[in-house]
Ligand binder design. Structure first.
Ligand code: BTN
Length: 251
């Protein structure tokens, strides 16, 4: 393991663990948090052998194809409520993909980042004691053939979606700088609301016991999505699978 490899956006000086391979950077960051990792500590790996996604899904993390990293954030050091961390991360990811990759990145509630209707990045936030672990995966330099066939309709990378081939260190630098700014911002929810393409769109919500169609109206202060279904009833969605109707691959 290479310790350090630090650059100016590491919040706690040189608290960065840079690895050739990890099973999951989130798992390692959680372990480090238990052992006293400082606020802003980063674990980044060139490859993950057991990358984890939301809802127990796997996250494919091929060597050097994308940015696979996790950041330890201490609740007491944040300007925003901990449950809004995924929103800060989504904004920072979208900005970094635009700035460094030249791709038109959009945010789908709660924290998928899409370009041209395909998902190019995902965020897995986990709680470890008083720390929040923000795990971020950005597909950067994949060719279409690098994705399993069944995923190709929905998954893309900065490169496949018309951006440039990306220097991963530059992407990381932009991402960490943005994340720091958004987690310290007073108007995080306002900015997220302005940028989230789900708001105002026709959506389909799939929950464990039911599914329904409706319109995404707004967010409440906790970041929950308020959806008015076709019968006029308003639902507060905290964690359902929400797809935007008519969006390619997410119909
Ligand atoms: C999603 O399902 O959309 C979330 C994907 C999160 C993947 C990242 S890659 C770095 C970090 N380590 C993990 O095991 N998962 C996250």
């Amino acid at each position: 393991m290479q310790q350090g490899g630090c650059h100016m956006t590491n919040w706690a000086g040189c608290a960065c663990r840079r690895l050739d391979a990890a099973d999951s950077t989130n798992r390692l960051a959680r372990q480090w948090a238990r052992e006293g990792a400082p606020h802003g500590a980063v674990v980044v790996a060139r490859e993950q052998t057991a990358g984890r996604g939301r809802r127990g899904r796997d996250w494919a993390s091929a060597p050097d194809k994308g940015l696979w990293l996790s950041i330890v954030l201490h609740r007491g050091r944040l300007a925003c409520p901990a449950q809004l961390i995924p929103f800060a991360a989504a904004l920072a990811v979208a900005d970094a993909c635009r700035e460094v990759g030249g791709v038109d990145a959009q945010i789908k509630w709660p924290n998928d980042v899409l370009a041209g209707g395909k998902k190019i990045a995902g965020i897995l936030a986990e709680v470890e004691g008083e720390a929040i672990i923000a795990g971020i995966g950005i597909n950067a330099n994949h060719e279409s053939a690098d994705f399993p066939e069944d995923l190709r309709a929905r998954a893309g990378s900065i490169h496949t979606q018309g951006g440039r081939m990306v220097e991963l260190r530059a992407l990381e630098h932009a991402l960490l700088q943005g994340l720091r700014a958004y987690t310290e911002a007073e108007n995080l929810l306002e900015e997220y609301t302005r940028r989230c393409i789900t708001l105002g769109a026709g959506v389909t919500v799939v929950e464990p016991t039911r599914s329904y169609a409706g319109v995404a109206l707004s967010l409440d202060g906790d970041g929950a999505l308020l959806v008015r279904d076709d019968a006029g009833e308003v639902h507060r969605v905290l964690a359902g699978d929400v797809s935007i109707r008519g969006l390619m691959g997410y119909a």
